[in-house]
Design a protein around this ligand. Structure first.
Ligand code: SF4
Length: 426
């Protein structure tokens, strides 16, 4: 739970992570309930202009923090002109103090199919070159499957061969830290089909693989088909198959040299995502852009999810806000204030909620949680607080306890949702 970075200048600063939301996609996938959708160029431009203003508003009030990772996610950040991404990073660099110890991780989500070759110009290559020039050093490909029929079922716009071409170009341009997102438990998906996807991707040797199960979210076309009332519910894999998929995923990826470091995330040595780990370790992060979530100093909040409201609020308040900064002395308080009136669902976590999050998020990591960290943070002994629960989960072979660490066993990971819920107080 290290929350501080040491600056070269010798002053200590708090660790901060930044998430930038790009809420645009070429078209909506069948299972997706993320805050994303198609938009015209006029809306995209208005959105980014508001985003730049939001970023600029942190200049001078974020000086107690040092940024060690940035994640540009969505939506599909790669579906917009790369100038928007370049400018976003330029604005971030001017408003925030970036950690200068060479470990700064800057990731962008890229979707194959948003970087096609059009009008004779090689957009794939141009976009990737622009990202590299802007300082992006990690790509996260939203692939999901190596089978075109599964991609079509999910409503993805790309084919596997398009992905492979994008991946090849990324490697050629020198991107040496690449994640590939995969999705299991799809309707009609056999274990053999999932294994083929895993093996095809592992053969490409990316540094990181995220392997999530499909979740049927309310309000999506998939929910109507495969949800509790859906007529095709029986096309989803059973819970037993789902568990088998989890264990086969670990077996196959281990054989290719990947280590599972979180329930659904695998990496080659030294390539765990610093940004993702920060979420599970309770490090502060600031979300910028539509609907993005933040967690700062034990307070959670989200930006509004309404595009028009986000743009209007920022544009109507921007001039007033910027003129007050020069006279401001209280930078920490300024950082925590909702300058534009765009934050929603602001929750200051109680001590119990902080404890729940420490356990619930920390146990997602295969290294588990540390009893001494817990004691330092909350002034309580984990053994005393959770004694009966720890004994019973250990007896059921769901967790492993050693001197300082508690971690999920492989079986515990297979049914992690149930095990983690045990650490909630209510
Ligand atoms: S590309 Fe991603 S964010 Fe966009 S609709 Fe598909 S799943 Fe949702």
């Amino acid at each position: 739970m290290i929350q501080e970075n040491k600056k070269n200048s010798g002053t200590w600063k708090k660790d901060l992570r930044l998430y930038i939301h790009v809420p645009f996609c070429i078209r909506k996938c069948e299972y997706c309930d993320f805050l994303s959708g198609p938009a015209n160029e006029k809306n995209i431009k208005a959105y980014f202009e508001a985003l730049y203003k939001e970023i600029r508003s942190y200049k001078d009030r974020a000086r107690d923090y040092s940024v060690s990772s940035v994640f540009i996610g969505g939506g599909t950040p790669s579906c917009v002109d790369s100038d928007y991404i370049t400018n976003t990073l330029k604005e971030l660099g001017e408003a925030f103090d970036f950690n200068n110890d060479n470990k700064l991780e800057i990731t962008i989500e890229v979707n194959p199919g948003t970087m096609q070759v059009t009008n004779g110009s090689d957009i794939d290559r141009d976009k990737l070159i622009a990202y590299k020039k802007a300082g992006i050093n990690r790509l996260s490909f939203g692939l999901q499957s190596s089978h075109d029929h599964e991609l079509r079922l999910l409503g993805r716009i790309h084919s596997y061969s398009e992905f492979k071409e994008n991946y090849r170009i990324a490697r050629e341009l020198g991107f040496n830290n690449i994640n590939i997102d995969l999705m299991s438990a799809l309707p009609d998906q056999s274990i053999a089909s999932w294994e083929e996807t895993l093996i095809s991707i592992a053969e490409l040797n990316p540094e990181h693989i995220s392997a999530y199960s499909l979740i049927i979210e309310e309000g999506t076309p998939f929910y109507d088909l495969y949800g509790p009332e859906g007529k095709s519910q029986d096309r989803l894999p059973s819970e037993d198959i789902d568990r088998l998929i989890y264990s086969r995923t670990k077996e196959i990826l281990s054989a290719y040299g990947y280590r599972r470091y979180e329930i659904s995330n695998y990496a080659k040595e030294g390539y765990e995502s610093s940004h993702n780990k920060a979420y599970w370790e309770g490090v502060s992060y600031l979300g910028l852009g539509l609907g993005s979530s933040s967690y700062i100093e034990n307070t959670r909040f989200k930006n509004t999810r309404l595009l028009d409201e986000y743009i209007e609020q920022i544009n109507s308040n921007h001039n007033n806000i910027m003129s007050t900064y020069s006279s401001s002395k209280s930078h920490i308080n300024e950082f925590l204030l909702d300058k534009f009136g765009i934050r929603r669902d602001i929750i200051s976590l109680t001590k119990n909620q902080q404890i729940e999050e420490f356990m619930y998020l920390g146990l997602r990591k295969t290294e588990g949680v540390s009893k001494s960290d817990f004691l330092n943070r909350f002034g309580l002994s984990m053994d005393e607080l959770y004694n009966d629960l720890l004994v019973s989960l250990s007896k059921d072979k769901l967790i492993l306890i050693d001197d300082d660490k508690i971690k999920l066993t492989d079986y515990g990971i297979d049914i992690s949702n149930r095990v983690l819920a045990e650490f909630l107080f209510e």
